[in-house]
Design a protein around this ligand. Sequence first.
Ligand SMILES: [Mg+2]
Ligand SMILES: [Zn+2]
Length: 198
Amino acid sequence: MRLIILDRDGVINQDSDDFIKSPAEWVPIPGSLEAIARLNQAGYRVVVATNQSGIARGLFDVKTLNAIHQKLHAAAHQAGADVDAIFYCPHAADDNCDCRKPKPGMLQTIASRFNVSLKGVPNVGDSLRDLQAGYGVGCVPYLVLTGKGERTRAKGGLPPGTLVFSDLASVVDSLLKDSKPLPVDEITPQKDGRRRQA
Ligand SMILES: [Mg+2]
Ligand SMILES: [Zn+2]
């Protein structure tokens, strides 16, 4: 079995600094669901691991999170894609749980649930903590530049061997052998101070 672990916000759907608090706020990144469909067709099982501290903060409840995930699953099915499971951490940073990324707890749960080693399993995220959570348990870190990805790349300190791609669709192109990663440090600043992908 081939497994791939994806972060949710900023990888599959558009991220928001104000949290995704309702199904209406959950909007897929163009091409992401089709990319998951291509993974499925190539034999990958696709699992999501997502920090959702908005629950601990009281911004939304588990019922709403389930409704958001129903929308995700339905949208995936519309695109011919299937997300096997969504694991989430509902805690805040100061809860000191074992599941909030960068801790590896969620990924270890995935490993035991699917009865697989995580060694070499692609782990796709837009934040450093996503990649750190997977790196310690043997995953291959993939940074996407959607969501917080540009900021994450600019800050540096990525786990050794991190592969950088513009988005999930490009990650999948690469996994299915159609594209090469972008160089980690090749950043082209724009006049307005924003950065665009190399
Ligand atoms: Mg994210
Ligand atoms: Zn947790």
